[in-house]
Design a binder for this molecule. Structure first.
Ligand code: SF4
Ligand code: SF4
Length: 372
């Protein structure tokens, strides 16, 4: 954190993106940012601004996603199927390894990786998702040391949204579209004709020190107003919403509502919604043996409350029906998450709507429960 008095607001040209990326790389960060791959925006390693999806926009609705080219913005897209959880809380994590050697069986905890990530292009709803996973995976007595090491070492460059997808509802969840903290640097892209410039704000001392090394000029009132208009444009495009008033108690009280049968009849139990969700954190473990040696490893991997195995205990699965699995997911996200972590498990990013093959929409389901 840094004091408000040290916060500087500067303007950089598009070339400043390369300065940011190379400065972070020089400081030993592995820079991860948006790239276009297989016609979707994903997060992967980037080496320069040329890797960014300049001029790529996306169109999203329930069960539908497509990208297309229009304009010159570097960050004109909204959010794709990737989220930063892929790096902070990766799909597979070795917990320990065991070898049966001459001295008997030895077990070694997996060392904490020293890799430091810099994330470029983190949206406001994604900052909220990272803060949510922090509460789950770092707070309390049972934190994940691998997560904590990656998280504490991460440098975050946020980008304020200038467009919203049809599936976004961050405004009603209080998470966007403008970032208000949780970043080292925040960029707002201001496109004029074929030129892009960025308003840059520091959110930490290390962000401030990075800004001081950039070719930049002081922001004037016109720059600040233009940045306000960028976020206002995104906010004005948001059509979906969730009414949060009393929602936590409401979803818990609707255990026997007929809507659960209705949504379960549509749900394929594919688990896409949980895989793309930036706050879903559930895992299982499996032991993986090497075929040519006496070595084995215990591996943590993402798991989903939509699988039957997830709730398997002695004698069978606790949630054996699709109804019980969808109800568990939504009730946890919007209800019991508050009891566990003091906040909602949903940030309004809309990914679960876009990437649900049958277009099930959490905002519609929440409204239907409220209505009946
Ligand atoms: S539940 Fe859906 S809208 Fe909410 S954070 Fe997860 S993926 Fe995003
Ligand atoms: S709600 Fe949609 S994405 Fe989630 S498990 Fe059901 S069909 Fe798959």
């Amino acid at each position: 954190m840094m004091s408000q008095s040290h916060r500087s607001t500067r303007v950089i040209a598009a070339a400043g993106l390369d300065e940011i990326i190379s400065s972070l790389a020089r400081e030993g960060y592995r820079v991860i940012g948006p790239r276009l791959r297989d016609d979707a925006i994903i997060y992967d390693e980037i080496n320069s601004a040329a890797d960014l999806p300049r001029g790529v926009l996306d169109e999203q609705s329930g069960g539908r996603y497509r990208t297309y080219r229009e304009g010159e913005a570097y960050f004109g897209y909204v959010v794709g199927p990737s989220s930063w959880k892929r790096y902070l809380h990766p799909p597979r994590q070795v917990l320990w390894r065991a070898d049966d050697g001459e001295g008997g069986v030895s077990i070694r905890a997996e060392p904490i990786a020293g890799e430091r990530y810099a994330f470029l292009g983190v949206r406001s709803c994604e900052l909220a998702a990272i803060a949510t996973q922090d509460r789950v995976l770092m707070a309390g007595a049972y934190g994940d040391p691998h997560y904590a090491a990656r998280r504490n070492g991460a440098f975050i460059v946020a980008v304020n949204c200038g467009r919203a997808a049809e599936t976004c509802f961050c405004t009603s969840m209080g998470t966007g579209p403008r970032a208000h903290g949780g970043y080292d640097l925040a960029l707002t892209e201001i496109v004029t004709g074929e030129n892009a410039a960025f308003l840059v704000e520091a959110g930490s001392e290390r962000g401030q020190s990075l800004i001081e090394g950039l070719s930049s000029r002081e922001a004037n009132d016109g720059d600040v107003e233009a940045a306000v208009q960028v976020a206002a444009r995104a906010a004005s495009q948001i059509k979906r919403e969730i009414d949060r008033e009393g929602l936590s108690e409401l979803v818990k009280a609707k255990h026997d509502h007929p809507r659960w049968d209705d949504v379960a009849a549509r749900c394929l139990n594919c688990a896409n919604c949980t895989m793309v969700c930036p706050t879903c954190f559930c895992t299982t473990v499996e032991d993986v043996s090497e075929l040519q040696s006496a070595a084995t490893a215990r591996v943590q991997r993402w798991e989903s409350c939509f699988t039957t195995d997830f709730s398997y205990i002695h004698g069978g699965a606790v949630r054996s029906s699709p109804v019980s699995r969808y109800r568990q997911w939504l009730t946890h996200k919007l209800g019991t998450w508050h009891d566990q972590f003091g906040q909602s498990g949903c940030t309004g990013c809309g990914r679960c709507i876009t990437w649900c093959p049958v277009g099930i929409d959490i905002t519609e389901e929440a409204a239907a429960l409220r209505g009946g």
